[in-house]
Design a protein around this ligand. Sequence first.
Ligand code: ZN
Length: 391
Amino acid sequence: MLRQLLLLGLVPPLLAGCAGTPVVKALHNPLYRAENHTSTITVRATEPRDGIAEIRINAVVGELTACPTGVFSFPSLIPCRTSAMSVGAVCNFANVKTEVSCSLPIAITPRRLVTYSATARSGRNITSSAPAITYAGGAPLTQATVRLPFATITQPWETARPIIWRTDTPSLATDRGDKIDWGLVPDADMPTYRAFTDDLQPMVLALFYTDTNSFSQWTRFWRGLFNVWAGPAGADGEGCSRSFGGAASTVSAVFDGTQILHRNDFRDCASISLGGGSGTVQTNLGDATWVMLHEAGHFLFGLGDEYDGGGNASISTPKNVFPTKAACESASTSNSLPIAQCQQIGSTGTWRNDDGLATTMEDRTLTSDWRTLAGRAMSTRISRCASGACY
Ligand SMILES: [Zn+2]
């Protein structure tokens, strides 16, 4: 019940941890890389009253495959795992009351799929766990087997590559309906695939973990609702046109929205969508992570631009942009917002509820957040995820 209330945002986050219960956080680094490398899973735990006595990391490492298929059915785009092996680490501490950490290095060779979870135990034997995360590493799957009635053939095939896939169990048997699957793919202008994975790392880290500005507060608080995926090359963005070719096209079909990461200087843009949309983000901007989230406001959450010169239309619930003042006032009343805040967006003839503070669909500043009707629309999405169907 507490979890449900937390998901609905009805309980302040401080109540989530009880006195004496360890707070435990786990993340791997680098988040995703297609070359062989050493991946380090680091778990940090704190419990200031009784101290931390132990951190345990359990990981399952195996080969990433397309799932076994029946006759005439295609291989899967969400990966499966074979040849799974368990590895782990246990770190013991003398009931240390400040933050302690424990690491597990994993050698990443081609087509690795790793699931890890972690548990911390306090000096008073109270344990708590970090939820399981699955991620891929190493060169991807490039072909898969298709069984036909009288033959078995291999054909070119790629799966989505999880960067942060919130799996409840090592079996990967997780319903993704209660998660927002955010796909990232390289633009044709990325010099290499490695450049793409290097560029996504600080953006994903900031957006969900490390940034301290108000624009990212929402994604940091609700990060448990997001799966983040990498897809193969084949996409190309330029201005407001976006194309998806080859494996980038097939793989993107399993994402709730796909963002093309580019380095060339062109203005970012996105579809206004609720499922299956796409957008771009220029990774070498000083505020690239803010732009990443603003564009996601369009292609993952159906929000419109609240500034003059943008895409002033919305399909979110409630909408955040309206064709008439009356429609803005009606939605404002329904959502307990002052109708006096309904303002025209420049001279566009479209309207939004504006409380005068920086809002992420209007104001390009790190101090923005989701406000007024855009904030209500984000809460609607969370409620839908909590009921098992984000989209
Ligand atoms: Zn926009």
